[in-house]
Write a protein that binds this ligand. Structure first.
Ligand code: DX5
Length: 210
């Protein structure tokens, strides 16, 4: 089953609740948390989403240098998934501690890889993690071009881990979504393609491939 996860970074943040209401046919909602240090952009945190009304599971993508500092506030919001970056947490013990801290709620734990980071950078945790997020742009901004070399990583990861949730994020539109699905990704994050569409429900169907 292919999950479609709109990224609200591309939404009109002055009308966030209305924007979220327009994507109710999606599967998850991704919240891009940026600290202006791990990535060159500053976005938003728990206070901005704590009053959001949606039935969709919230997927927190922590593009921050100290993800452990952010876990409690998002667990308090009972989010569905929290993903941290492999490049921000390099040693296995810290990764495992973070994964366990995230799972203390009913929240699943994901690890993200920037485009240049090889998949063997997470050999130590890939058998236990719930989700791997393959960034197909350098993180920090929406509206960038899809980096096709990431598809090789997706294929290799899918071959080695048939049951793993493989999420891909960055430059996903109707064409690149088809490439990503074919490479074995089953959770597709799209920001500008969905939020720039006149018909967002139709845009979500195009990403799903139906
Ligand atoms: C980039 C974010 C992505 C981005 C996706 O750092 O993690 O989720 O918002 O936006 P598009 O789909 O426009 O590339």
């Amino acid at each position: 089953m292919i999950l479609v996860t709109p990224s609200i970074l591309s939404a009109d943040l002055a009308h966030l609740q209305k924007e979220v209401d327009t994507i109710s046919s999606a599967d998850w909602i991704q919240v891009d948390v940026m600290d202006g240090h791990f990535v060159p952009n500053l976005s938003f945190g728990a206070p901005v989403i704590k009053n959001l009304k949606t039935k969709l599971p919230l997927d927190i993508h922590l593009m921050v240098s100290n993800p452990a500092d952010r876990i409690a506030e998002f667990l308090a919001l009972k989010v569905a998934n929290i993903t941290f970056h492999a490049e921000a947490v390099m040693d296995t013990n810290s990764r495992r501690a973070l994964m366990e801290a995230i799972r203390r709620g009913k929240t699943t734990a994901g690890i993200a890889l920037n485009p240049e980071t090889p998949i063997d950078a997470i050999w130590d945790i890939v058998d236990d993690i719930d989700l791997v997020l393959l960034m197909s742009v350098n993180p920090g901004f929406g509206g960038q071009q899809f980096i096709t070399s990431v598809l090789e990583k997706a294929r290799a990861l899918r071959l080695a881990h048939p049951d793993l949730m493989i999420q891909i994020d960055g430059g996903i539109n109707e064409e690149t979504a088809a490439l990503a699905r074919e490479a074995g990704c089953n959770n597709l994050v799209a920001g500008s393609f969905i939020f720039s569409a006149a018909d967002r429900a139709e845009a979500i169907l195009k990403i799903r491939g139906v």
